[in-house]
Ligand binder design. Structure first.
Ligand code: ATP
Length: 436
């Protein structure tokens, strides 16, 4: 695909997202705010589906992981100890002509490609948002909005260890908002200033760190494939030595081939004892583990898979977006995995007539406890199918003039557009078989 086509695809997707209620700019009526987005009715359902799948796989279905929920604002000493106050920076350059600012590692050369203006020397810009606790706006009351959820899990390590019967290897998982004052947010919701993270801190005996890094990179790739993302668009990329943080002994990115190129979807890093050791030293609290079987005391090493909900949402939508020609007309269809689709079953009366509408409403109410359903009787049936295709609804049920006499409906498949007749009494089972 050429660059123009890539851009066109992103524009079409962003326009669909707004038109159908997946996501739109935050406070749009005031001109928006760069790097902040809102999620509409379909978007919030898709987000919840993503988070539920992560939580189910990473926490509930494992006997070695527990979940927690820590505060967005922490004691600022935590961010000094973690190194964020000193090092959570990106190199910033400014064009001397138009005064636009860029991340130095995101631009090529020494001059702005648009207007030829020279870039300033890079300076380090800290990405943490600052605010104040209490009524006095002085530096002693200054705190940060967390740029990751991980530190909450490190700081709570001893509390979790002491309140559970877990022993390494074990993990703590968390889903929550994070904030980064990115120099150049963009590509719609790819790079945000407010986003939501899903992070696992997996604590292991020091000698086992590399084994678990290997394990988690494979597990995480499998998880993304389970969302229905095309395998040829996903890859694992090991970090080169120069990319690794000084304390890290290895890292991988799960990358996706976005319209703007291969980019990070998720990061998986072996962080050694860095975080717990730093907090132990700064707080004076014991953050070691005593292995009573081996009579050994050690600071557990950490393997961390970290991924953004918003970035998965964008990936899932891009990956599902298809345009095709059907009987001379263009059809836009989101081939979403049934577990992700915000609406799984649409129930549509063929026309706005009785008894069709009442029958369709009844069917929809009966299916609602088991599937994500929607009743729709607006517009022509063709337009309603088109809308359901565009929002990725895998199945449509049409109630027609034969329904009452035959006690049956048509079941339309989004992907191949075939229609089969199904008795109303067998609908739930027919859908369960198809949706999995
Ligand atoms: P970059 O170098 O691209 O700024 P990073 O390597 O610092 O990012 P991590 O700290 O590894 O990013 O973040 C882990 C995951 O969190 C990313 O893979 C991504 O899914 C998500 N993420 C990070 N920053 C953002 C952001 N600004 N907006 C949306 N999601 C983000």
């Amino acid at each position: 695909m050429a660059i123009a086509e890539h851009q066109a695809l992103m524009e079409k997707l962003v326009s669909l997202a707004k038109r159908r209620g997946f996501f739109f700019q935050s406070s749009e009526i005031y001109g928006g705010l760069q790097g902040f987005w809102d999620f509409g009715p379909l978007g919030v359902t898709l987000r919840n589906n993503i988070k539920r799948t992560w939580w189910r796989t990473m926490v509930e279905l494992r006997d070695d992981v527990v979940g927690i929920d820590t505060a967005i604002i922490m004691n600022p000493k935590a961010w000094v100890a973690s190194g964020h106050v000193q090092n959570f920076t990106d190199p910033l350059v400014e064009c001397k002509k138009c005064h636009q600012r860029f991340r130095a590692d995101h631009v090529k050369g020494t001059h702005h490609a648009d207007d030829g203006g020279e870039f300033t020397e890079p300076r380090q810009f800290n990405l943490m948002f600052k605010t104040f606790v209490g009524p006095a706006e002085d530096t002693s009351a200054q705190v940060y909005l967390r740029p990751e959820t991980a530190q909450g899990m490190f700081v709570d390590f001893a509390n979790v260890l002491n309140s559970t019967r877990l022993r390494p290897p074990f993990g703590i998982g968390q889903i929550g908002k994070a904030f980064r004052n990115e120099i150049t947010p963009g590509n719609s919701i790819f790079r945000l200033r407010e986003f939501e993270l899903m992070e696992l801190e997996y604590f292991v005996p020091p000698k086992e760190e590399m084994k678990w890094l290997d394990y988690w990179k494979e597990e995480r790739l499998k998880w993304h494939l389970g969302l229905g993302i095309r395998p040829e668009k996903l890859r694992l990329r090991p970090h080169g030595k120069e990319e690794l943080a000084h304390y890290a002994s290895g890292a991988f990115d799960v990358e996706y081939e976005f319209p703007f190129g291969w980019s990070e979807l998720e990061g998986i890093a072996a962080r050694g004892e860095y975080d717990l050791a730093a907090h132990q030293q700064a707080s004076g609290r014991d953050l070691t583990f005593f292995d009573d079987l081996k009579r050994e005391r050690y600071i557990p090493h950490v393997v961390e898979p970290a991924v953004g909900v918003d970035r998965i949402l964008l990936t899932v939508l891009i990956d599902a977006y298809h345009e095709e020609e059907v009987r001379g007309e263009q059809r836009v269809v989101l081939r979403l995995h049934p577990s992700m689709a915000p609406v799984q079953v649409a129930v549509l009366p063929l026309s706005r007539k009785e008894p069709l509408m009442t029958a369709a409403r009844k069917i929809e109410h009966e299916l609602r406890p088991f599937f994500r359903t929607e009743y729709d009787d607006t517009q022509s049936i063709g337009k309603r199918y088109r809308r359901q295709d565009e929002i990725g609804t895998p199945y449509g049920i049409t109630v027609d003039f034969e329904t009452e006499a035959e006690q049956s409906v048509t079941l339309r498949s989004r992907d191949d557009m075939t229609q089969v007749r199904v008795p109303i009494a067998g609908l739930r089972q027919a859908l369960q078989e198809r949706l999995g």
